[in-house]
Write a protein that binds this ligand. Structure first.
Ligand code: WQD
Length: 336
């Protein structure tokens, strides 16, 4: 029996592949390398010393998905595939709805055909929109997403609720990620955004490495301790381990649809991140204060209690680990 990972060569997918293999699971990865590279597969093998099957294909292709399901005994699917650039989603909403929602629906359709019941979905804290209460619990209202990327996550959550309502023998887990950062401690896999990064940590490491001249801090007049935006940054390896715990939950519990926040519960500001990066790596991060970025909110951090109580999962890595591992990865990837 294997776990199917659409998007398993991507940033979060590859780290989860490592944790699944290390916990003794068999996996099958499918990826079309839209935002990842074939070398990642060998790096997963190198880190774990384990092999797995791989199919280069589009995860929305039902015919090819059927082939994967007929050639392998798939007991669960963890869906990491999908587009994730917020700005691009505003310019290309149809592309986002078609790929993210169409791909997910294709998987669910083929799972149904083959009687596969367990599904773990990569959702996002973005489904909470501008949260009314912080820290955010899973009971907080969802909606009010500010871009098509976020709305695809919101809509897919609704699709999963409808699928579960129609078939209570399904076992579904929605994981709402906060802000994933960091890389595997081996320095072999990590985040590799194409072009100029939009997210904070990839931008910081590129400034520290001299690839980009300086960081623009988007706004210092928010209602936060230092005026800059506050987020819940979580190490990608902790996030990956959360998926292993979620799978264990689906293995042993009664059928259900479960929702968990995966965050640390601590919020850090943009300037906290700059300082932490400088002190963990000894590298300077030049920055300037710039206007607010459209669509940004002041603060967003998780209440991760439910995941602790029900999954036995807590984030173990600290901000220093996140900074050091991000830095280690970019240095390694530049050498390669
Ligand atoms: C964090 C903070 C910025 C860049 C987005 C998506 C979310 C998820 C993760 C996934 C904010 C500030 C950033 C920069 C800055 N998507 N910042 N200068 O916006 O919380 O979440 O990414 O794939 O769905 O919405 O993350 O890293 O972009 O920003 O000052 O150059 O850093 O204003 O306060 P965000 P982020």
């Amino acid at each position: 029996m294997a776990i199917l990972l659409p998007g398993g060569a991507g940033y979060i997918g590859s780290h989860t592949a490592v944790e699944l293999l290390n916990s003794g699971r068999d996996i099958v990865i499918i990826d079309n390398f839209a935002n990842s590279k074939p070398e990642v597969l060998d790096k997963i093998r190198k880190i774990t010393g384990k092999d797995f099957k791989f199919y280069e294909m589009d995860y929305a292709n039902e015919k090819e998905l059927e082939k994967v399901f007929s050639e392998n005994k798939i007991e669960a699917v963890m869906n990491f595939a999908g587009y994730k650039a917020v700005g691009e989603s505003v310019k290309e909403p149809i592309m986002y709805y078609q790929n993210n929602i169409g791909g997910c629906v294709a998987i669910l359709k083929v799972m149904k055909k083959f009687g596969c019941k367990k599904f773990i979905f990569s959702s996002s804290a973005t489904v909470y929109g501008d949260p009314k209460v912080i820290p955010i619990t899973e009971e907080c209202e969802i909606g009010g997403t500010t871009n098509p990327y976020g709305t695809t996550k919101l809509f897919i959550e609704q699709i999963l609720k409808d699928v579960y309502a129609s078939d209570n023998s399904m076992d579904i887990c929605i994981l709402r990620y906060f802000n994933p950062v960091g890389a595997h401690s081996s320095g072999l896999i990590g985040e590799e955004p194409q072009g100029i990064p939009n997210n904070l940590m990839p931008y910081i490491v590129r400034v520290a490495a001299g690839i980009l001249p300086e960081l623009s801090v988007f706004g210092n007049d928010y209602n936060t301790p230092d005026g800059t935006g506050v987020r819940d940054y979580i190490h990608v390896v902790d996030l990956a381990k959360g998926h292993v715990k979620a799978l264990e939950k689906l293995d042993k519990e009664n059928k259900g649809l479960y929702i968990y926040n995966l965050g640390t519960g601590t919020g850090y500001s943009v300037l906290d991140m700059v300082k932490a990066f400088e002190s963990s790596t000894g590298k300077e991060v030049k920055y300037k204060i710039a206007p607010r970025r459209a669509g940004d909110i002041a603060s967003c951090y998780a209440d991760p209690k439910k995941a602790k109580e029900e999954l036995g999962w807590v984030a173990e890595k600290n901000l220093e680990d996140m900074c050091k591992d991000s830095w280690n990865y970019i240095q390694n990837s530049q050498k390669m």
